[in-house]
Structures are given as structure tokens and as C-alpha cells.
Design a protein around this ligand. Structure first.
Ligand SMILES: [Zn+2]
Length: 217
């Protein structure tokens, strides 16, 4: 049946309203890729590693130069939360989260959701399970199997898992492990802003893992 003019006008109006609502939401959520003019004065500005971002984001759009803390409302409980610059750097550069993704849930709701998913579909969250297992190993005395697991994790395609392996080695301690951590720290690329990559991430992870050891021997 042919639509009446009145019907057509109503449809156009509905579509416009929808678009306006969507653009209002976009305006409220600052785009991480846009240059942040006041970043020097912003809360905890962290420089971005564009080399890493380019490797793991197949976007032809802009990549961020730095991260600044961004407020957000938790999707599940409605709490007002802050996504810190450091957390963003970890998400995009170590966990390789897509550049269009951003924080939507507070820590408590994230944990609750992970637990629900784990119970609903065991084995579906391979990375999460490997991470938990590796973390648990840190509290035990290392045997051959545990050492092999950490060695394998250090080669994982997931950088976040490699970082947990570094933390586990620091928890274990021992001459060989500590020497390896100092080696990673010493291999941090100097100065130049172009290339950092995994070596930078590994060196920083080793450094904070060693500092934590000193703090809680
Ligand atoms: Zn929440």
C-alpha cells in the first residue's frame, strides 16, 4: 500500500530524532582519537605509543597522541566512574583493545559480569582463565611445569598475558628470574618517540614488578 504524505513526514521526523539523539551521545563521549588541546593541564596525561596502536588497530582514522582521564557512567549500576589515562594506555597498548572501544562498566560490575560469563560458558574466556592460572602460580613454589607455563606465556600473542608472566617471575624471585627481569628493564628503548613496542611494555612491567617486590618482600 502506498504511504501517505503524513506517514512519510512522520517517518522522516522519527529518523531525524534518532540521529540527533545519537550525535548528542557522541558529543558527550569525547573521542579518544581527537587531539586534546589542554592535555598538559588535564588529569594524568599519558603519552600514547602510536607505533603499537598502528600495529593493532586497522583504522585509517586518527590515533591518539596522549590519553587523558575520562569520566563515564557504569552501564550496569549507573555509578559515576573515571577511566584514568594509565588504564586507557593499558587497554589500548597492552590489551590491544580497539581504538573505538572505551570503558563502560565499573570494576565491580566488570568482575560480576566476568563471573556470570564464566559460569554460563566455561572455557569461553581462554585469556581470562590463563591469566587467573598464571597469577595463582605466582603464590606457589615454581616446579618445572609452572616454569614452562611462564615461558610459554612470555611468548603469548596476548601482551597482557606476557605482563602477568613477568609479574609471576618477580613473585617467584630467584637469581635467574631477577636477572631476566633486570635484562628486560635494561633493554627499554631510549629516547626516540617513534618505536617502542613490546620492549617498552616489557621493561616497564619488569620495573614495576621489581619495585613491588621491594615494597612487599
Ligand atoms: Zn557498575
Amino acid at each position: 500500500m502506498k504511504k501517505s504524505n503524513k506517514q512519510r513526514r512522520a517517518e522522516i521526523k522519527a529518523r531525524r530524532l534518532q540521529r540527533a539523539a545519537a550525535s548528542a551521545v557522541r558529543l558527550r563521549a569525547p573521542d579518544v582519537r581527537l587531539p586534546q588541546p589542554d592535555c598538559a593541564f588535564a588529569l594524568g596525561c599519558e603519552p600514547a605509543d602510536q607505533f603499537v596502536l598502528q600495529q593493532y588497530n586497522n583504522t585509517c582514522g586518527m590515533l591518539p597522541r596522549c590519553y587523558v582521564a575520562r569520566p563515564f557512567t557504569c552501564r550496569d549500576c549507573g555509578a559515576e566512574e573515571l577511566w584514568t589515562a594509565k588504564q586507557q594506555k593499558w587497554w589500548y597498548e597492552v590489551a590491544h583493545g580497539h581504538i573505538d572501544s572505551c570503558a563502560v562498566r565499573c570494576l565491580a560490575c566488570r568482575r560480576a559480569r566476568r563471573e556470570r560469563l564464566r559460569n554460563a560458558a566455561p572455557g569461553a574466556n581462554l585469556l581470562g582463565e590463563q591469566t587467573d592460572r598464571l597469577r595463582a602460580l605466582g603464590a606457589t613454589k615454581p616446579d618445572a611445569r609452572a616454569v614452562a607455563e611462564v615461558d610459554a606465556a612470555l611468548e603469548s600473542k596476548w601482551w597482557s598475558l606476557r605482563v602477568v608472566a613477568i609479574q609471576t617471575m618477580a613473585q617467584w624471585g630467584g637469581e635467574a628470574n631477577l636477572a631476566k627481569l633486570h635484562e628486560l628493564m635494561a633493554a627499554r628503548p631510549e629516547g626516540g618517540r617513534r618505536y617502542f613496542g613490546w620492549e617498552r611494555v616489557a621493561a616497564d612491567a619488569a620495573r614495576s614488578a621489581l619495585l613491588n617486590r621491594e615494597r612487599w618482600p
